[in-house]
Ligand binder design. Structure first.
Ligand code: ZN
Ligand code: ZN
Length: 378
């Protein structure tokens, strides 16, 4: 049975060969090879990348999920297993997640005969794009799950810390875009053109008035413009401008309000400056919502394993496409410390591998208790 050293080795190999969302072909092959070498069944599903494995027997089943994709970031950490895929990096720690959940799969395989039910182990693609969970749920492989369990490593917490919250855990993440079509001209002859840069300036200000002027003091939201572009040089009036950003909300009414204001602002800018504005609003994952009872169970398991359990007071403004499961099945998602000086998505993100000492056991114990009902007596 694989041990901590094997988990570390798996993690390092995944780290060395990261792949972008939806292109996790080699990662999927590597996962298959490892699972098959332990005689673990892989379900026959129409998935381009990612897979679902299964151990156990019986009607009832629970699911455990890891993500498998990396990010378009040039790694700045130097170690023996630095990314060899230039410009791609496991900067969100999904390599750690995969190694942990492989530890869960192999650990559960070892005690398969004792399990009073099945465990479907999800290796999910494209988490960073926000729609990877749907590619799994669309296969119906998780339909009927008694529970879906997941986790994310958390850099600012120590490896012995475990954080969780019942109810809303992360924000809904949406993306918006504006394409402004003006009319280019010589910089010296503005009357012959229709300058999208001026409209752009107004647009930025207007978008930033939504949270301050259209929401109540008791509503929570973030609206961030992350990219703006227009023009190529100093003496030409550009003909186009582009803006994109993100909206983070915890409540569907607030989410709808912001979406409608973003559309209205696009229309208003169009009229005011007499040019064309195309507004696009894309719904990405909703909020992860933790099931109350499963959260209590998770806390119990984490305490049994001597984790320092922290109850979160507020949800996080980050997104997590685990929401795709939590919207459909009773689910619980937790954070386990990975003690990195640099945050997730940072080119110097460098998690402490000792997170692998206990993270797999959290899921193994949890699954046993859910399937074999060993929680009642404690
Ligand atoms: Zn990420
Ligand atoms: Zn992540």
């Amino acid at each position: 049975m694989p041990k901590y050293e094997d988990y570390v080795q798996w993690r390092r190999t995944f780290h060395q060969f990261p792949e972008l969302s939806e292109y996790e072909y080699e990662t999927t092959k590597r996962l298959k090879r490892i699972l098959e070498s332990y005689d673990i069944k892989i379900l026959d599903l129409p998935l381009e990348t990612g897979l679902v494995a299964e151990v156990g027997q019986g009607d009832d089943f629970v699911a455990v999920r890891t993500d498998i994709d990396a990010l378009p970031i040039h790694e700045q950490v130097v170690h023996e297993f630095t990314s060899t895929n230039d410009g791609v990096m496991h900067a969100c720690g999904h390599d750690i997640h995969m190694a942990s959940i492989l530890g869960v799969a192999t650990g559960l395989k070892e005690i398969e005969q004792e399990l009073d039910g099945r465990v479907r182990i999800i290796f999910q693609p494209a988490e960073e794009l926000g729609h990877g969970a749907f590619s799994i749920t669309e296969t119906k492989a998780i339909d009927g799950a008694k529970a879906v369990l997941g986790f994310h490593n958390y850099p600012s917490m120590n490896i012995n810390e475990f954080a969780i919250k019942s109810g809303v855990l992360t924000s809904a993440v949406d993306r918006f875009e504006y394409k402004i079509q003006g009319k280019g001209a010589h910089a010296a002859k503005p009357e012959q053109g229709n300058d999208p840069v001026v409209a752009l300036g107004q647009l930025i200000n207007s978008v930033q008035s939504i949270v301050s002027r259209n929401l109540s003091a008791f509503d929570n939201a973030v609206v961030t413009i992350g990219e703006v572009s227009s023009g190529n040089t100093w003496n030409v009036i550009a003909d186009q401008a582009y803006v994109q950003g993100t909206v983070r909300t915890f409540d569907s009414k607030v989410r709808e309000r912001i979406e409608s204001r973003l559309h209205a602002i696009g229309k208003g800018i169009e009229t005011t400056f007499d040019l064309e504005v195309e507004t696009r609003y894309q719904h990405l994952p909703g909020a992860v919502v933790n099931d109350e009872q499963l959260t209590q169970e998770a806390i119990k398991v984490a305490k049994q394993l001597d984790y320092d359990v922290k109850l979160m007071q507020e949800p996080l403004t980050i997104g997590e496409d685990f929401a795709g499961y939590s919207q459909q099945y009773p689910s619980v998602f937790a954070f386990i410390g990975s003690n990195s000086k640099y945050d997730l998505h940072h080119p110097k993100f460098d998690p402490d591998e000792r997170i692998l000492e206990k993270a797999p056991q959290y899921f193994i114990t949890f699954v046993q208790q859910l399937l074999n009902g060993e929680t009642e007596e404690s």
